[in-house]
Design a protein around this ligand. Structure first.
Ligand SMILES: Nc1nc2c(c(=O)[nH]1)N[C@H]1C(S)=C(S)[C@@H](COP(=O)(O)O)O[C@H]1N2
Ligand SMILES: [Mo]
Length: 364
């Protein structure tokens, strides 16, 4: 494929995407429809802060500047000719699950579906940085999108800003500059023609419509790095503001959904996914009595860093009544998914267990 033939794939919205906000476009994926390890693009959530820019593939340039030996500009053709890598990565919006917070928090009211896993194809960021040559003082790689706008929130700068996020030089090795999602050119909504993928990090790091890589010598202090998508570290003492980075340990129940009526005496499969940007997963357990007793679920997918694992548990529904389902993930370092939200993260990093209430009835 050459840059000339490179056109955005069309986003089909008949896969059950739910509009959470029309402008800018924010679509939630149907998590209850979780089926394969890979989320079809038509079911993959869309999260954007500004209107999606229309980028002409032929005119596109990726600029690399800042603390580099030589400033470079790469066309899409040049990127497409570089050695390509394909890998799966789970993207989760740091605000996924916001609707479950009490008291309610402002922002897009995501339920369970601001998460998905796709197969991404592109060029390792390292390859591009090698062409430019990093100076020894390089500290943070600032990924900048072509989308811009005015943010009308308290704490936002006046005037237009671009969407931008920094990744530490130490994390650059895992970053992919992707032009394809699930084997097709990116859709406009998912960042056509080029986006970053930072496996293991919350998805605000995976900058879409990527047109500039600025190598900085100091930690990046941009709005989406220090004000938005940041948290208070050490809230008990002298708290400092730090960027949110790695995805927290989490499991979510996809099915049954809240309010389902299941048949007493039947076997009902409880299914979901679990993921973490830290140590690998050790196990997922399921409770059908609101957390009093737990049983091990079975993983359907192997461990792969930065990629979720589907799991399931076959529940022998004992008798008619009300049941509260929970799932709980544990990682190999024995961290356990919490039951309460960590207030330091505000309306982000919502990885606590979410109870699912179901009823069992005698149907015959
Ligand atoms: N340029 C740009 N990149 C962006 C964003 C954005 O608004 N502009 N949103 C970020 C956030 S908050 C998320 S959760 C992911 C969503 O990626 P998706 O829309 O492909 O699911 O993109 C990230 N990259
Ligand atoms: Mo996000």
């Amino acid at each position: 494929m050459t840059g000339k033939e490179f056109e955005p794939a069309m986003l089909s919205r008949d896969g059950g995407l739910v509009v959470r906000q029309a402008e800018p476009l924010n679509l939630e994926g149907p998590f209850a429809a979780l089926n394969g390890r890979i989320t079809p693009t038509g079911q993959f959530y869309v999260r954007s802060h500004f209107p999606a820019p229309e980028i002409d593939a032929e005119a596109f340039r990726l600029t690399v500047d800042g603390a580099v030996e030589r400033e470079i500009g790469l066309s899409l053709d040049e990127l497409l000719r570089m050695p390509a890598t394909t890998r799966a990565a789970t993207l989760e919006c740091a605000g996924n699950g916001r609707v479950f917070l009490t008291p309610p928090a402002e922002g897009v009211q995501w339920h369970l579906g601001a998460v998905g896993t796709a197969e991404w194809t592109g060029v390792p960021l390292d390859e591009v940085l090698q062409r430019a040559g990093l100076q020894t003082e390089a500290g943070e790689i600032v990924l900048e999108g072509a989308d811009r706008g005015v943010v009308r929130d308290k704490g936002a700068p006046p005037g237009e800003i671009a969407y931008a996020r920094g990744v530490c030089v130490e994390d650059a090795g895992r970053v992919l500059l992707a032009y394809a999602m699930n084997g097709e050119p990116l859709t406009r909504e998912h960042g056509f023609p080029l986006r970053a993928i930072v496996p293991g990090h919350y998805a605000m790091a995976s900058v879409k419509w990527l047109t500039r890589i600025h190598v900085a010598t100091e930690p990046f202090q941009g709005y989406f790095q220090t004000e938005d998508y940041a948290y208070w570290d050490g809230a008990a003492g002298n708290a400092v503001r730090r960027p949110i980075r790695a995805m927290a340990l989490k499991s979510s129940i996809a099915r049954p959904v809240e309010g389902t009526v299941v048949e007493a005496g039947s076997e009902t499969t409880i299914a979901g996914a679990a993921w973490s940007g830290g140590p690998g997963l050790e196990r997922v357990e399921v409770s059908t009595d609101g957390g009093t007793t737990w049983a091990a679920a079975e993983f359907l997918d192997a461990e792969e860093p930065g990629v979720w694992r589907r799991w399931q548990y076959v529940w022998r529904v004992p008798e008619a009544g009300e049941y509260v389902l929970l799932s709980r993930a544990t990682d190999v370092a024995w961290n356990v998914q919490p039951s309460a939200h960590d207030e330091r993260f505000g309306a982000y990093v919502i990885h606590r267990m979410v109870p699912v209430a179901v009823s069992a009835r005698r149907l015959r």
